[in-house]
Every structure is written in structure tokens, then in C-alpha cells.
Design a protein around this ligand. Structure first.
Ligand SMILES: Nc1nc2c(ncn2[C@@H]2O[C@H](COP(=O)(O)OP(=O)(O)OP(=O)(O)O)[C@@H](O)[C@H]2O)c(=O)[nH]1
Ligand SMILES: [Zn+2]
Length: 205
């Protein structure tokens, strides 16, 4: 990446709040404030471009990580456990790539292990790694499922995401209370109806 506004390695180990903000990024946010109808030089807005820039680096921290790395450490000694592992209702936040508006929701992630399991927090880390980018919910769902499928090579993966999109509630069609549900079933959860029903029932569907 050559753009000076792009993530640099050094920034990722520092708190996003400490990231230096280039002048042209601040300038762009001042332009947006003016476009929104306010005066970026009034006192209350003077530091806003810096804050907004840093907030966006934080919202989009996922661009600086490879979520598959979270799945590189696995455990084989699980006492012969060979049933579904499910992490249910994990809260997450993302931003839609069309309006850069918040997507707020929960994800349930399940897999049927083959020989090895992963630390359970890592499933949430994979989710956040993909969510902290500009997304559409369908791609987020697919990326999380594919990442687990490719890296753990389990018998099955099931991901169900429910979210509300601020671009639908706060603007545009302005329809609050509407949730979007997406799912991706792989392996036995796709091919075997009994397994799919079992995992959906464990998820509460
Ligand atoms: N499929 C899908 N659509 C999304 C997602 N997030 C936002 N959208 C939709 O993306 C669409 C963009 O439509 P456009 O017609 O290009 O943009 P727009 O004129 O701002 O549309 P409105 O939101 O209807 O005002 C809208 O219908 C949004 O509701 C998502 O995660 N998945
Ligand atoms: Zn949107």
C-alpha cells in the first residue's frame, strides 16, 4: 500500500488513539463537516477531524490483521470430544461498505471438529477481524465461515449472523427494528439435514 493514509505495521501495535493523523486526512473530514452544514473552525469541532480519523482507524482495525492467524494454535487433547462446538450470540460491530454506517449485531459460530479444536475466544477474534472492515453482511458471514473451514478443516461449519443496519434505521428508508439474518452452512451442516437442524436448534432457531 502506498497511500500515506493506509495502515502501517507500526500502528497496529499501538493504541489507535495514538496514531498520527496526516493533514490531508484531517482536511478531508473538515470538508465533510462543511458539507454536512457546520463550520469546522468553530471551537467544538476543532479537534473533531483528528478524533474521527482515529475512530475510523479503530473501526477498521481488521484491515491490519489476518484473521486466519487466530486459528493457527489448536489443541488435540480433548478427550475424544467429537460433537458440535458453538459460540452463541457474539456481539459485534461493523460498517456497511455502501454508507459507512454502523452494522450492529450478533453472530453464532459453530463447527464440528475433526481431531483438533481451537481456543474458543479465537472464533470471536476471527469474527471481529472481518467485522472491523467495510462490509456487507453476506460477505462477513461467508468470510468467517470460509476462514474456519479452510484453517481447521472441520467436518462442518455453521455461521448465522443477525444485525441491524444504521443505513436503514437512521437514514434512507428509516425503518427501525428491522433485522437482517444471514447464514452459511458448510460440510455436514450443509449436506446432512439432521446435523443442520441440530446446530440451528443449539443456536436457538
Ligand atoms: N445486501 C446487503 N445490502 C446492504 C447491506 N448494507 C446495506 N445494504 C443496502 O445497500 C443498498 C445500497 O443501495 P443504493 O440504492 O445503491 O443506495 P441508496 O440510494 O443509499 O439506497 P437506500 O438505502 O435505499 O436509500 C441499500 O439497499 C442498503 O440497504 C448489506 O450488508 N447487505
Ligand atoms: Zn449501508
Amino acid at each position: 500500500m502506498t497511500d500515506s493514509a493506509s495502515p502501517a505495521d507500526g500502528d497496529l501495535v499501538r493504541s489507535p488513539a495514538k496514531v498520527e493523523v496526516p493533514e490531508h486526512v484531517e482536511q478531508a473530514i473538515r470538508t465533510l463537516i462543511r458539507w454536512a452544514g457546520d463550520d469546522p473552525s468553530r471551537e467544538g469541532l476543532l479537534d473533531t477531524p483528528k478524533r474521527v480519523a482515529r475512530a475510523w482507524r479503530e473501526y477498521c482495525q481488521g484491515y491490519g490483521e489476518d484473521p486466519s492467524l487466530h486459528l493457527s494454535r489448536t489443541f488435540e487433547e480433548v478427550g475424544g470430544y467429537d460433537e458440535v462446538v458453538l459460540l452463541k450470540d457474539i456481539p459485534f460491530q461493523s460498517h456497511c461498505e455502501h454508507h459507512m454506517a454502523p452494522i450492529i449485531g450478533t453472530a453464532s459460530i459453530a463447527y464440528l471438529p475433526r481431531d483438533r479444536v481451537v481456543g474458543i475466544s479465537k472464533l470471536a477474534r476471527v469474527l471481529h477481524g472481518f467485522a472491523r472492515r467495510l462490509q456487507v453482511q453476506e460477505r462477513l458471514t461467508a468470510e468467517v465461515a470460509d476462514c474456519i473451514w479452510e484453517n481447521l478443516q472441520p467436518h462442518g461449519v455453521a455461521v448465522v449472523i443477525e444485525a441491524t443496519h444504521a443505513c436503514m434505521t437512521a437514514r434512507g428508508v428509516r425503518t427501525p427494528g428491522v433485522g437482517m439474518t444471514t447464514s452459511r452452512m458448510m460440510g455436514v451442516f450443509r449436506d446432512d439435514e439432521r446435523s443442520r437442524k441440530e446446530v440451528l436448534s443449539l443456536m436457538g432457531y
